[in-house]
Ligand binder design. Sequence first.
Ligand code: NG1
Ligand code: ZN
Length: 561
Amino acid sequence: MAQDKQCSLLLEFASRFPLPHGARFSYGTAGFRSDGSILASTVFRAGILAALRSLKTSSTVGLMITASHNPVSDNGVKIADPDGGMMTQRWEPFADAIANAPDPEHLLQLVKDFVKEENIPFGGEQSAEVLLGRDTRPSGETLLKAAKHGINAIIGAVAVDMDILTTPQLHWMVRIKNKGMPASESDYLSQLSKSFSCLIDLVPKERVADCSDTKLVVDGANGVGGEKLEQLKKMLTGLDICVRNTGKKGEGVLNEGCGADFVQKEKITPSGFGPDDVGIRCASLDGDADRLVYFLISSSSSKNIDLIDGDKILSLFAVFIKEQFDILNNNSDSDNKLAVRIGIVQTAYANGASTSYLKQLGLEVVLTPTGVKFLHKEAAKYDIGIYFEANGHGTILFSESFLLSLEARSKELASTSSGSESHKAVLRLLAVSQLINQAVGDALSGLLLVEAVLQYKGWSIKRWNELYQDLPSRQLKVKVVDRNAVVTTNAETKVAKPLGLQELIDAETAKHPHGRCFVRPSGTEDIIRVYAEASTQEAADSLARSVVQLVDRFLGFPSSH
Ligand code: NG1
Ligand code: ZN
């Protein structure tokens, strides 16, 4: 009986969200992405998916409506698992299948088969909860309604609208809620501001004098991040933050000529910045504030910038964390040292100079395929895993068991040598674990950690940029008939298919000193990406261009030949 009611409810709701003719959706690197105007059926079905995920795990899950750094007309949807991370990859085939079900009957059949296979209580015996968030895109409001319908199509499931949020805020809320702790937006903001001020209080006194450089100008990409940063900055002391591209009426279009993706890919000043900002520390968030890059305008006569990307943010964090362990262990007896496994996780897009630098610090570096779900999973294998994509998405993960050891050490030091250098080092590490988002990369918490570490080191942005010098690189896109015709291996550094393409890429690469080049299908756009690196910008550009031609020859549209 309950099952019948459930089935007719699902059929009825599904008939309100028909699949657009000819559309195909795939749960890619960051969930479903497409033009916002054709996404209602997908978001409705993602609502069903989220409700089932919550039923399966008996926990709260999240559903975020965003297309991140993509144009304002795009939108997207992704699911956050109970730990705040991305939805398990094991469920992606089911996500794809329901997103493409041609009609309500097929959709219902897929759901019925899946709940049976996964042993999911279906028909109202159990309750489910989904937290909903969205960025500032105009299509978000309609899509939110579709998501609510999807959730409400599953009896027992409740949708909780958390309103406009950054992506990392929603992931944080899901994680914290499932830990049984207060998980509102104000809890998030106060955790960030408290742990930041704790780190600032622990800046060595002799370095405080070097910290006069407190001015920071932030490009909010005309998205949600600017507005949230305005809220956060009221709770902070010791930082003078000015937010531009806030997205307030008349200020500009989301991600257009601004934002972390623009700055990282184009390497020029975003709109709203100019000659008056020469020498000042600047940062850019992306449209949903899960990416962060810094930059420096070094001359008033050029639009070029010195980009300080995710790799350099990672390197700054790695230097800081390693230093805390050096302090702790250099001040401990040999039988009382705290053993730690620190892992650095990057993708093939990491600048080669960053990887060499990190290895030379004695750190263990691993590469994974693109997509934070891969990096996150790898980083979680360490006591402390630091992961970043070059584009500025990343965070630092502390394992639960290592956090317990740190807390125990902190208690011990508080009673034996409170205020000692070792004690301060442990307190800094604990504050970092509070400040940095443990669920996903978070531009706001990342920004506060960068600021705290720069103050700790007494470093200017220029000094930070000099940690190592990036190898010149170029990223290009190629439109092809079918991007899935490219299959890669070795963390995407080699092409397995089409046969013969890799050999030609190798031959091109060999022509350039320090050459490195790889191609892969994008998971978020219908294109092939080409990345090239070489000892000069001209060489990197020419290598990228030649490989674009190769890809086009193998896979491009016939008319373009
Ligand atoms: P795709 O389109 O799969 O390259 C892009 C980024 C990823 C990741 C996702 C999610 C590059 C080269 N790729 O993925 O790193 O951030 O978007 O937003 O920047
Ligand atoms: Zn984003």
